[in-house]
Write a protein that binds this ligand. Structure first.
Ligand code: PMP
Length: 443
């Protein structure tokens, strides 16, 4: 290998000590362990022989079953039994495992067309196109929509995939403070006028990108505020519904459904199938003209493998259940269960005196640990009580707002959440995490 002695910096040279130390500490966390089985209501972790600060460890051959508070399995479709799994099995028998081709070559199957039709209907748009990965959907869509001479304005906390795509596009990028409509308006005013009358704004296109539900904060975008600004400043609006599709709104149809806003107000509705649908991949829904354009200009679908048969069948079956086309009232019950569970856990944590972030209806519930040193300790204490949680710290969060992040699922029972609350209560005392005596009385 080339080294500094040869005048080259080694390829790992930017991986500085701070990150290595962080990784070594986090190696004790639940989800630093490999898992086995289905990531459903419970998740099975493979045990290690020892808890060392060494990144390499050995598996002991035994396992621990834990309550799963970490997977984005909002509607409980991550299952190996039931309609979805049965249909996916049949689909493999019929179509095989992979289409072995991108969409633009020999990889467009009847299943793709069916998923595209169904998801467009579900989100209330005329057309859709699907991708084999949510990350790739965002990372490759922006260059297909905007480029040189365009302005792309992004919420400060947008997902890494949006930031990747934005950079690839070549557009000028600006950021506004998270969910802050006044800051967005300030930016629009500054950027649009730039000393010229509005009719001579210097940009070919202006695109504002936000998320429906933010995965580190549990906050919901201010869709009514965004739509009002869009009318005033005439920009195009892009909403990433990775965490809100299937999880928000009385019919599970995302933020438009939640706020009662007509989907035609939003130019691009993007989403992923990895959360509420228990599958894989992403979609873009928009007008037919825009979808026709991105089908032939988006590198992600022209050069990348098309979504696979079992995955498409999982999407089709779960979508039909949520929409109530099959499975009787099952879809509605799952949505209601998720809404109940989200509020129940949130209220329970507040009553115990924890500081939590996010919207009351969000199934993502971040519990603030603040101190980096408590990240691993929290995860460890929960694991002792057979509960697996995701803990997050810098650089995914600001240095002083480390947090645990619970993902509520329709698969969780009230008893599961009570067990989690009892474990948080004890752990909160051990780690001094409670910041108040809880909300008085409670509703
Ligand atoms: N967008 C958002 C907002 C996300 O949170 C994620 C991943 N969690 C993605 C896109 C990428 O999706 P996927 O994991 O399905 O590739």
């Amino acid at each position: 290998h080339l080294s500094e002695r040869d005048g080259y910096a080694p390829l790992n040279s930017d991986f500085d000590n701070f990150y290595i130390r962080r990784l070594q500490l986090r190696i004790n966390d639940c989800f630093r362990r490999p898992v086995t089985g289905v990531p459903g209501r419970f998740i099975t972790l493979l045990d290690r022989t020892s808890d060392t600060f060494n990144a390499t460890f050995k598996l002991s051959g035994t396992t621990t079953q834990t309550l799963n508070m970490g997977s984005y399995n909002y509607l409980g479709f991550a299952q190996s039994e039931g309609e979805c799994a049965d249909a996916a099995e049949l689909s493999i028998k019929k179509y095989g495992i992979s289409f072995c081709s991108p969409r633009a070559d020999a990889g467009t199957n009847e299943l793709h067309l069916e998923v595209e039709r169904l998801i467009a209907d579900f989100v209330g748009k005329p057309a859709s196109t699907v991708y084999s990965m949510g990350f790739v959907t965002n990372a490759t869509i922006f260059p297909a929509l905007v480029g040189k001479g365009c302005l792309l304005i992004s919420d400060q906390l947008n997902h890494a995939s949006i930031r990747y795509g934005a950079r690839l596009s070549g557009a000028v990028i600006d950021m506004f403070k998270h969910n802050n409509m006044a800051d967005l308006e300030r930016l629009l005013r500054e950027r649009i006028s730039q000393g010229q009358p509005r009719s001579h704004r210097p940009w070919r296109k202006i695109l504002v990108a936000v998320e429906g539900l933010y995965s580190m904060e549990g906050t919901m975008c201010n869709l009514p505020g965004l739509v009002a600004l869009k009318k005033k400043y005439k920009f195009a609006l892009y909403v990433d519904e990775a965490h809100s599709i299937g999880a928000l709104g009385p019919k599970g149809r995302g933020v438009c459904d939640y706020f009662g806003i007509d989907p035609s107000e939003i130019d691009i509705l993007m989403g992923t199938f990895t959360k509420s649908f228990g599958a894989n991949g992403g979609y873009i829904s928009s007008t037919k003209a825009i979808i026709d354009k991105i089908r032939v200009t988006n590198a992600g679908s022209i050069f990348g493998e098309s979504p696979t048969p079992a995955v498409l069948t999982q999407i089709l079956t779960s979508l039909r259940i949520i929409a109530g086309d099959i499975g009787g009232s099952q879809g509605e019950e799952r949505l209601q269960r998720l809404a109940f569970n989200s509020r129940y856990l949130r209220l329970g944590l507040k009553r115990l005196g924890f500081i939590i972030y996010g919207h009351d209806d969000s199934p993502i519930i971040p519990l603030l640990l603040y101190n980096t040193a408590k990240i691993s300790a929290f995860s460890h204490e929960m694991l002792k009580r057979k509960i697996a949680v995701v803990v997050v710290g810098y650089p995914a969060t600001p240095l002083i707002s480390s947090r645990a992040r619970f993902c509520v699922s329709a698969a969780h029972t009230k008893d599961d959440l009570d067990r989690l609350l009892a474990a948080c209560d004890q752990t909160g005392d051990v780690l001094q995490l409670k910041f108040s005596t809880g909300i008085a009385g409670g509703q």
